[in-house]
Design a protein around this ligand. Structure first.
Ligand code: SAM
Length: 258
């Protein structure tokens, strides 16, 4: 209820989603995910899967601060700025990307370009089932011939993200949903290939605790302050001063044949 009026359910849901996204602001904020080593290794991996030239057109859906394609743009000297879409506007967006603070469906309704590469990295789970299918269908249409759509999401089995007990329960619940999502995406993307991207993370326990406090991953977003404090106590006793693990992503890669 706001000022005695109840908010319609659709609007409430939208507000909750926006809240969740805003709370994820620290995802790539000075973490290993924004480190030059991670970005370099991720981009080299992308280029192994898709040859790009300076004429290529590329799009990142849910780009965050846009560092990945910003760095890629410099590396391959892109003539067209990569397009990055995200509903959250950060202060420090990479200026090498053409950032759109826009709903992706609105973007596609006005922009009719076709792309050589469309990236959806750790973002697809934010869309409901129907919107996901709709998004994949549009992405397929918006690929050039031999263009590639590549979707990355956390590995759903043997995930090594350091967790406290409650965090692990939430993460596993999300991963279960992701694993169903992957099955349905592969049905929509016939002849797609799957694989893994692994990055070895070495982070100090102190830094990781800061990340937990900032609720860097979506399974932490709905936890209250007390739950986070207790979780940090667990992490303090479980881990040594340096934490080492593999941040592993599963990917689905689809190439448009005609
Ligand atoms: C976990 S972060 C990943 C950011 C970036 N892709 C990366 O891997 O570094 C998820 C991103 O998806 C964005 N996002 C959530 N819902 C979205 C939507 N409907 N359309 C576009 N982006 C969305 C969030 O704002 C957030 O920046």
């Amino acid at each position: 209820m706001v000022n005695g009026f109840s908010i319609p359910l659709g609007l409430q849901k939208k507000k909750l989603i926006m809240k969740k996204m805003n709370e994820l602001r620290n995802w790539d904020n000075k973490t290993w995910l924004s480190s030059p080593t991670y970005i370099k290794s991720f981009n080299s991996f992308l280029l192994k899967h898709k040859k790009l030239s300076s004429n290529s057109k590329i799009l990142d859906i849910g780009c965050g601060r846009g560092r990945i394609f910003g760095v890629l743009s410099s590396k391959i000297k892109l003539i067209n700025k990569p397009v990055g879409i995200d509903p959250v506007l950060h202060k420090d967006i990479d200026n090498r990307i053409d950032f759109k603070k826009q709903d992706v469906f609105k973007f596609f309704s006005t922009n009719k370009d076709k792309f050589d590469l469309i990236l959806i990295k750790q973002t697809l789970h934010f869309f409901g089932k129907d919107k996901r299918s709709k998004l994949i269908k549009i992405c397929k249409e918006r690929l050039k011939k031999n263009g590639m759509l590549i979707i990355f999401t956390l590995v759903t089995q043997d995930n090594e993200i350091p967790c406290f007990k409650l965090m692990k329960q939430k993460l596993d619940r999300g991963l279960k949903r992701d694993s169903k999502m992957l099955v349905s995406m592969r049905k929509l993307l016939k002849d797609s290939k799957i694989g893994k991207f692994k990055f070895k993370v070495l982070v100090t326990k102190r830094k990781y605790i800061e990340m937990l406090k900032q609720r860097y991953i979506s399974c932490l977003v709905n936890l209250n302050k007390g739950q986070i404090i207790n979780g940090i106590k667990e992490i303090k006793s479980l881990y040594k001063s340096k934490i080492c693990f593999n941040d592993s992503l599963i990917f689905i890669k689809y190439i448009k044949k005609s």
